[in-house]
Design a protein around this ligand. Structure first.
Ligand code: NAP
Ligand code: G4F
Length: 321
């Protein structure tokens, strides 16, 4: 089996590549050119991957990569994925995260229409939530240009399935984290900050809204759900979540407790990290995925927090006290 992963240099792309290689797939990763390579997350498997240059903004490059790879499965994980940046670059976010999905689907339709396509949709689409918990049937009310672009990506995937009979699915994934998470996202910012404070490299941690609640899972568990969605008889959309919500404050408290520090002595709320419109509370109901895919999360909240702090402590062990 041949898989094409866009966004292979990101958190999810790297875990998905690990997983597909373990299943014996030939894995090609789509990468965009940059002046400095960003291959840190796939360094351990780079020799087992084929990497090819293309860009979500460049239709011809997407057609060419599909002609060369002839994939059986396509995982479209590439996107501008950081919510605050989507207010700074709203049209670019729309191009990458929204229209980029259409470019991928068009390339697949022209070149390899029998391939199976996974779109990385997001719980950010629920935004100002209409019901708790959120299911596949909950209406969307996105609260950021990123969320709006993801709603477009979701519906264009559904539309191409219905219009052209493609095997195209949308996975509505709630927040998932890991030691490979980018340091600007809240969980990794906390785990990295706690490790730096513990190692004597930093004194305070400046944060935004501590009341926001998220349904946080482990990225390694969530990439399995992506694969399972493409192994079904019929294409369909699924919510993937743990079914447990925790606040940013709880994450902070657990992370500082883990290293024997009191968070109140270090955390400073800084208005710079507040958002123009906030998603206050996300909680997913993944009953459909559990029932139809046989999927369930293996890592709980406490294990997730501890593993992220431990990984950052380990990474910084030669740099501090
Ligand atoms: P991530 O770590 O930010 O990775 C994003 C990837 O997209 C990187 O490999 C990046 O490449 C690539 N990319 C960005 N713009 C591109 C372009 N124009 N052309 C080609 N590649 C481009 O994100 P992640 O956390 O792994 O998330 C994967 C996907 O799932 C994203 O679509 C995200 O929006 C979605 N999602 C994530 C979560 C979550 O909690 N993690 C939840 C729901 C949905 P560079 O290395 O070159 O920057
Ligand atoms: O970690 P975050 O930046 O993730 P957010 O906005 O929920 O988006 C992530 O999850 C989505 C799935 O729902 C993905 F689609 C998306 O690509 C991304 O992976 O922020 C989480 C919460 C927010 O409410 C934010 O306001 O944490 C709050 N927060 C509080 N202080 C902070 C901070 N977020 C960041 N990044 N930095 C802070 O200092």
């Amino acid at each position: 089996m041949r898989a094409l992963i866009t966004g292979i240099t990101g958190q999810d792309g790297s875990y998905l590549a690990d997983f597909l290689l373990s299943k014996g797939y030939d894995v090609t990763g789509m990468v965009r050119r940059s002046s400095t390579e960003t291959f840190e997350r796939i360094a351990h498997i780079k020799h087992r991957l084929t990497l090819k240059q293309a860009d979500l903004l460049d239709q011809l490059s997407l057609i060419k990569i599909m002609e060369e790879v002839k994939p059986d499965e396509i995982y479209n994980l590439a996107a501008m994925s950081f919510v605050p940046t989507s207010w700074i670059q709203p049209t670019l976010t729309g191009e990458f995260t929204g229209i980029g999905v259409t470019r991928m689907l068009e390339a697949m339709r022209q070149v390899c229409p029998t391939a199976r396509f996974y779109q990385a949709s997001s719980s950010e689409m629920f935004g100002k939530v209409r019901e708790v918990p959120q299911t596949e049937l909950t209406p969307f009310h996105p609260r950021s240009p990123y969320g709006v672009a993801k709603v477009y990506g979701h519906f264009i995937t559904v539309n191409y399935r219905e219009s052209y009979n493609l095997f195209a699915v949308s996975g509505i994934l709630f927040n998932h984290e890991s030691p490979r998470r980018g340091k600007e996202f809240v969980t990794r910012k906390i785990s990295d900050g706690v490790a730096r404070i513990k190692r004597g490299l930093q004194k305070e941690l400046r944060m935004g809204n501590l009341d926001a609640q998220r349904d946080w899972g482990f990225a390694g568990d969530y990439v399995k759900a992506m694969w399972l969605m493409l192994q079904q008889k019929q294409p369909d959309d699924f919510v993937v979540a743990t079914g447990e919500a925790h606040s940013v404050r709880e994450f902070i408290e657990l992370a500082f407790d883990h290293v024997g520090l009191n968070w109140k002595n270090h955390v400073v709320v800084d208005p710079e990290f507040l958002r123009p419109a906030e998603v206050e509370h996300l909680l997913g109901d993944s009953s459909k995925a559990r029932r139809m895919l046989g999927w369930k999360p293996e890592v709980n909240f406490r294990q997730l927090v501890h593993s992220m702090v431990d990984a950052d402590l380990d990474r910084l062990k030669d740099q501090g006290g």
